[in-house]
Design a protein around this ligand. Sequence first.
Ligand SMILES: Nc1ncnc2c1ncn2[C@@H]1O[C@H](COP(=O)(O)OP(=O)(O)OP(=O)(O)O)[C@@H](O)[C@H]1O
Ligand SMILES: [Mg+2]
Length: 360
Amino acid sequence: MFGRVEQPLTEDKVREALKAVKFPGFSRDIVSFGIVKSINIAGNNVDVALHIVTRDSAIPQQIERDVRAALTGLSGVGRLNVQMTAQQPPQQGQMPMAGAGAAPGRPHIEGVKHIIAVGSGKGGVGKSTVAVNLACAMSQLKCEVGLMDADIYGPSVPKMMGATQKPTITEEKLDPVENFGLKMMSMALLLDDNAPVIWRGPMIMKAIQQFSLAVNWGALDVLVVDLPPGTGDAQLSLAQTIALDGGVIVTTPQDVALEVARRGIAMFEKVNVKILGIVENMSFYVCPHCGQHDDIFGHGGGKQEAERLEVPFLGEIPLFSEIRICGDKGLPIVVASPQSEPAKAFHRCAEAVLGLLRSA
Ligand SMILES: Nc1ncnc2c1ncn2[C@@H]1O[C@H](COP(=O)(O)OP(=O)(O)OP(=O)(O)O)[C@@H](O)[C@H]1O
Ligand SMILES: [Mg+2]
């Protein structure tokens, strides 16, 4: 008898509809990644403003098409105006320095010259061990270094760095905790021991943003970011939040791990992060007693893979029980025994990375 009463169009309804639009190539939606900047409704007319940081011009076009499709199908929408702005992440060397008055919305961390992320397509290959020891080696090479643990599910940097202090807050920003001359920030420093961490999508973005932008990093030559293993949400959040100068891929020599390294590389490429190079971890076994080498997992796969993919090979780190023991003790091997063979191997990698950052 009665016609259907149309519910008025609301911002919430539009936002809900936009949650159906995925970031191209990822399982997460554009709302949770903060790409939707504003929604304005006047009667039946809808204005949506989107902003994205990417080097790939196809991505904003794709998102705009998907947004139009999602909202055209929403009942009650009359005139639709989608305003898409896209911005290139700043290249290394163009990073605005502290107080330089950067363009608004430009992702940078004031005073931080270079930001690198250490990642892999897989867990347990030694990303955190490499990130921590690379950072310590760079610090010994007279760089001001920060270490950001972006693994919010399984943060391990503070344990490996022997850091237990709770961060203080100055001017509404977290003060990093310092050990061995490095500044660091990790979810593990903010949570009580054993507290379970349950993250929903949008919270990952928030946490990553806070860890990069709401920390008093001060003046740094390099900020090393330890990435979690996973689907790419953290990587995408990072790439949207800050300008990464490059990614370091950690792999082990076996074929199966190399396949995973390829996936890690693809992930960095998808978010337009330059690959600085590949580190082969657990490359060969060094007997702690006699110093003899043994290629347990095969050897040289990382190097071959780097050649095949035409990315730099940054070096090989031996499988050496002291590396794990030092990590468990909270005293990285580079700090504990700087003259040991593994420490020298980390130093060579650190020099290679610094060389690439300086020459880029
Ligand atoms: N070269 C090495 N020699 C001996 N032990 C190592 C070496 N590299 C890493 N390990 C040990 O292997 C384990 C896994 O390393 P790590 O936690 O660094 O890996 P990860 O890739 O960060 O793991 P996750 O994916 O869980 O974050 C640790 O116990 C670490 O001490
Ligand atoms: Mg780790």
